[in-house]
Design a protein around this ligand. Sequence first.
Ligand SMILES: Cc1ncc(C[n+]2csc(CCOP(=O)(O)OP(=O)(O)O)c2C)c(N)n1
Ligand SMILES: [Mg+2]
Length: 956
Amino acid sequence: MHPTSSNSANGSTRKSPAGGRVRVIREGVASYLPDIDPEETSEWLDSFDEMLTREGPGRARYLMLRLLERAGERHVAIPALTSTDYVNTIPTENEPWFPGDEEVERRYRAYIRWNAAIMVHRAQRPGIGVGGHISTYASSSALYEVGFNHFFRGKDHPGGGDQIFIQGHASPGVYARAFLEGRLTEDQMDGFRQEYSHGGPGAGLSSYPHPRLMPDFWEFPTVSMGLGPMNAIYQARFNHYLHDRGLKDTSDQHVWAFLGDGEMDEPESRGLIQVAANEGLDNLTFVINCNLQRLDGPVRGNGKIIQELESFFRGAGWNVIKVVWGREWDALLQADRDGALVNLMNTTPDGDYQTYKANDGAYVREHFFGRDPRTKELVKGLSDSEVWNLKRGGHDYRKIYAAYAAAMAHKGQPTVILAKTIKGYGLGKHFEARNATHQMKKMTLDDLKAFRDLQRIPITDAELEANPYLPPYYTPGKDAPEIQYMLDRRRQLGGYLPERRTMSKPLALPGDEAYRSVRKGSGKQPVATTMAFVRLMKELLRDKEIGKRIVPIIPDEARTFGMDSWFPSLKIYNRNGQLYTSVDAELMLAYKESSVGQILHEGINEAGSTSSFTAVGTSYATHGEPMIPLYIFYSMFGFQRTGDGLWAAADQMARGFVLGATAGRTTLTGEGLQHNDGHSLLLASTNPACVAYDPAFSFEIAHIVRDGMRRMYGGGLSQGGYQEALPGTDPESHSAHHEFGGEDIFYYITLYNEPYVQPAEPENLDVQGLLKGIYRYKQGGAGDLRANILVAGVTMPDGLRAQEMLAEEWGVQADVYSVTSWGELRKEALAKEIAKLRHPDQDPGQPYITELLSQAQGPFVAASDWIRAVPDQIRQWVPGEYITLGTDGFGFSDTRPAARRVFNVDAASIVVAALQGLAAQGKIAPATAAEAARRYAIDDVNAAPKAAPGTEGGDA
Ligand SMILES: Cc1ncc(C[n+]2csc(CCOP(=O)(O)OP(=O)(O)O)c2C)c(N)n1
Ligand SMILES: [Mg+2]
């Protein structure tokens, strides 16, 4: 190693060869300040060296840390340390007074602990056996209870209430609290994880926080690990957005996210924490339950998860509060004069901490304190049971309270609280800190008795022995002082939590005028559907009622989609406004950031954009302010990358528009394999809340958007009403309980970048058919030899060309249908089939697609820019010969015509397929199809036509 750098890396200083400047490196951070008084510097260094020799590194470390602390207090800007000792961040003497009655709170917390575990245990009764988790809540009970008793504000609070993201596996504790509060009955508790069979749909309790399944109770779905942290960050940011734009005062609302330490392994959990720091989200607190375990075993057996997370979050710019030790340690730490105990704490790996808690006091004495004679001495006066009773900070009300209070008081940064706990705490020897504890759902009779004793639950041995499958729940009744106290706390804080409310009213939606120009088409000018959509939105953004509620969410692709024109008018939201002069400030379309901006420009960040979509799209419930997200992405990077986030959005009943721009596998062929999307519609079709459309023309977009607005924001229901056949999607059952009405769906609309002339809306357009998924766009001429071309999206021009070629060259008259949604057609048909299966003696009628095509003559050829599985969604209901063409396989870079030839979705290929269909029906000779295939050379990419000049396109 170079001598200079090795010295620097050690933290010493040295004159640079250039002279004059001294290079100081600390923690890899260089400073190039000139040494204006070298003599003074050297005095300081000498005295440091001298002290180090005299007193040793321990003292030197202490003094250095004190100096850093003082420097910080005096606002000397130096790089922060990213990690501190393995002790509580808040010194005991700085803890605030705990305002609650600890004894009373402890008592009902024990009841909650009991009922949570018993609920899961009872769900394992013979004939049910649906499982559940008890160790997660056991470890985090105090973390939640301090929140519920002192911090979390309910919906009736004048500030509007807080948003609490609850760790999914802790749900039993939340139900147990609601049971004590009288919000849930014993019968409902026994319906845990039996959402249909126990008393009918919706009468049981969902396994985890699922708003869709318990729409008056849960607000935020969290159980897919990693989504909670992201969604909480964007919820907090969206709260600011609403406030800054003057739509709602959210200044007194706080977002709390409870997370597992294992959950912090997820890239989603960590990947966006810088957003919270950059935005200065001091309305956000993460509470990470560090029980040192995940599902299979330790989180960081060889390391220390709390230390790791401290550095990580601090480095990202968060305020970090560690709650490591309970009050029992205070005296020991006080007596630890030479830092031996802190040293032990610092150097003991998590795996050992876990093992200690699976043993006993004697074991801890020997294997922890016994490692250093000084610490051994420290606990000499303590009995084994007192050593055992040295608790972890995350179980100590006062320590937790101090941390929460500090988090609420902290300004300018988000806070993370790292609380050390024991997994399975209080559940007894078989559970506490055991590797298998996460999966244990049942307690033995002995476990139950020990647990009862520890929690001091007034239930007798005889009651437990009567039926070990059904140990009784416990509540002292609503008049008991504990319950009165508990209810009073919630009253003071604004009502029960969690609670989901929908206070919104349907919006007054724009009329015909807003949609008119887009329905008129583009005249002679070729225009891509993406542009048509942007144009339509421009009209809607002008609307007095809904304009301000539209929230464009863009992950750095605005220019690609032609939305940069919105920058100067709508502006990009930034809490800090624009503190610089934009390089293009002089231009019409300057990049404009503003604290009242309307656009959420998320950077290259589809995950965060999906979280934004969720927060914005659920504002109608969370905030009682319906907002309309337009989340536009590069379609390949939508469902494929963030499908799980969109699934959670569906659970949370987000409403809004998701736009898969640059859709299709052959449209932006310059971009190649990773960009060419031929399957997002199929992925979208797997999300039951997603209504997906693939429009070909701008007037189709107008009708689709208008109907979407009506169904999602105008209190209307789908015309078909077929969603009720699928569990969890019945619009009637969901909208019935609130005035907002409408359906808990979101729209996915695919948009293309390929320009072609957008025709004016035909007269007598079959709007109902268009919305249901198919209508006849262009009838063929008269003639006996007939075929049917079903095309979608960008393939429409090829379908129309094929219609001409068939007529002119082969004497075949074809009708062209525009299929706006294969998925919606399938849903409708499925609903009919389900009805038929359930009631074979009743006739639900034919599926719409069958009915529509029943009069059609000749074969059906489906062609689109999607893989064949997309049109194959309706195969069994197409009445006749059905040939599907599609873009199966990987996309690649080439011209559009070349790509369409390779995939055989171009006009010539459609013609051949139609002739083949006719041959299969015996209407023409098979040789005719073969002749056509040869004539067009559909197996030869170089025989494909050239792209029309000006419409080649292909990159984005
Ligand atoms: C994305 C995802 N992957 C896996 C799981 C399955 N899972 C449920 S709980 C769990 C362990 C959780 O550990 P931790 O976050 O430490 O929570 P604890 O129960 O210890 O509080 C796992 C892996 C999940 N729910 N979500
Ligand atoms: Mg854990």
